[in-house]
Write a protein that binds this ligand. Structure first.
Ligand code: CS2
Length: 480
């Protein structure tokens, strides 16, 4: 059996709250991986019950697995909630699916006036930004996309193409909604697309700058990769691409979307003028703690977040890191309940219904740690605050890299450079501090930073030293 519109009545899963056949396309989405399908598509699914104009056309030009399965299942798939109150329902929001080879159709949809929103979950590296957060002109996809007459490879190239076609046809621009974990994702993407367009057509760049809206967003829902258990359960409904997440899901979107757009607030999206503060807190507290649990947990033989949280030395260390160091530098907005937020994050990490693998979180460290931990380190260093706790997970990442058998075992766009640097034991600390995509020159040059990273690096050399450091750092409040 394969999940389909016809099978909806006979499978024991809650169907969408509307008839999927009556939905019109309104959103084109790049990157329909598990996170998009478990998070944004769930919000849109609930919206479709009252406004059928916002069906999603899902684009995955690099891998066919998800789009092929969605095609076979008429766009339907199941979302399983793993939490104190478990739940499962069919999501019908994805009404179009464009896989590899469908580039012409992507261009066609981008030009279609019914598409009013273009969203993306392409991970941090999919934005092709440099160390300063601006478009990386040397990125191979950007070099390719600037060549004449080819179909783009990058998100930036596609957005510029789509906006150019709309301008030429006299169609209003779509609004852009990036949904990846990087600060000021909308602003950064706007700057990148405008810079890219300007290399070809100054008038187009000016039109984009004046007319197109790019919203900053913050997305949050713990979404473990689909695993064997989930897939086994989903065979009962004929679903080859099920997704799972915790019950909690938050989506904060900057209040810049055009009038007559989707009423996202009606389905629980927080529409705000200060997305940057939400993003900063989520990235530095939740994601900063996540990456710390991941690298230090893997070094201690743990495999999931819940296992890492059940390791007292590690859990107490990460709690001290968040409470004493990260929250002190995070710049929470006035009136924000920071202790309450921290408690809710740790509660979510302890969710026993979810198996969230640490090696999933460990992916792409070079693209994540600058926003998650190193930004806090820079502030703490400038304020003369203690640095030893902040540097321990960074050293843990370096040690974890060193322990991989080869660069090919590291999932990171900079795997070869990182792995080679971590293998050179005595040179590793200066080599990492000299990487401009990780540390800004001022922070890297500070003697306290160099000394504390060297100490942290030595503390990760073997299990006993790490155990001792975790215990000592969880207790002390002083400087090294
Ligand atoms: C995680 C995030 O994989 C990771 O790096 O830290 O995906 C995290 O689960 C989400 O950002 C939670 O919203």
């Amino acid at each position: 059996m394969t999940l389909s519109l016809a099978s909806l009545g006979s499978v024991a899963v809650q169907p969408p709250p509307y008839d999927p056949a009556g939905i019109a396309p309104g959103i084109l989405h790049f990157g329909p991986g598990a996170f998009h399908r478990a998070h944004q598509a769930d919000f849109i699914d609930r919206l479709l019950a009252s406004d059928p104009r916002w069906g999603i056309v899902a684009v995955s030009l690099r891998s066919a697995g998800v789009t092929d399965a969605l095609a076979a299942q008429q766009g339907l798939y199941t979302l399983t909630i793993r939490d104190a109150v478990p739940a499962r329902r069919v999501i019908g929001a994805v009404r179009g699916w464009l896989g590899p080879g469908r580039e012409d159709d992507v261009a066609h949809w981008l030009a279609d006036p019914r598409i009013r929103l273009v969203s993306a979950t392409v991970t941090e590296k999919g934005y092709c930004l440099d160390a300063e957060g601006r478009l990386d002109w040397s990125h191979p996809d950007i070099v390719h996309d600037l060549g004449a007459g080819q179909r783009p490879r990058s998100l930036v190239g596609w957005l510029a193409l789509g906006l150019a076609v709309r301008r030429a046809a006299g169609v209003a621009p779509f609004a852009v909604l990036p949904c990846d974990n990087l600060p000021e994702n909308g602003r950064r993407l706007a700057v990148a697309v405008i810079a890219f367009a300007a290399r070809r057509d100054a008038d187009l760049a000016a039109w984009i700058a004046g007319e197109a809206r790019f919203a900053n967003t913050m997305v949050d829902a713990i979404t473990p990769a689909s695993d064997d258990r989930l897939r086994a359960e989903a065979t009962a409904f004929g679903d080859a691409v099920p997704v799972q997440r915790e019950a909690f899901a938050q989506w904060v979107v900057e209040d810049v979307l055009p009038k007559h757009g989707p009423d996202l607030a009606a389905v629980g999206v927080a529409v705000s003028n200060d997305v940057a503060a939400f993003e900063r807190m989520k990235l530095r507290i939740l994601n900063g703690a996540h990456s710390s649990l991941a690298y230090l947990g893997l070094l201690r033989g743990r495999s999931s977040v819940a296992e890492a949280m059940a390791d007292p030395a590690l859990a107490e260390f990460v709690r001290a890191l968040v409470v004493r160091d990260i929250t002190a530098c995070v710049g929470a907005p006035a009136g924000f309940d920071l202790p309450g937020y921290v408690e809710s994050v740790f509660r979510r990490f302890g969710n026993p219904a979810i198996v969230h693998r640490l090696d999933q979180i460990a992916i792409d460290g070079s693209k994540k740690l600058p926003y998650r931990l190193i930004a806090t380190l820079g502030i703490a260093a400038r304020q003369g605050r203690p640095l030893h706790r902040l540097l321990l997970p960074i050293a843990g990442w370096m040690r974890w890299l060193q322990q991989q058998a080869s660069a090919a075992d590291v999932a990171d766009p900079l795997a070869a450079t990182l792995w080679a640097a971590a293998r050179a034991e005595t040179e590793a600390v200066p080599a990492f501090l000299a990487m401009p995509f990780l540390f800004d020159a001022d922070t890297a040059a500070m003697p306290m930073v160099r000394a504390a990273l060297a100490t942290a690096w030595a503390s990760t050399a073997d299990r006993q030293s790490l155990e001792a450091a975790l215990r000592r750092f969880a207790d002390d409040t002083g400087f090294l």
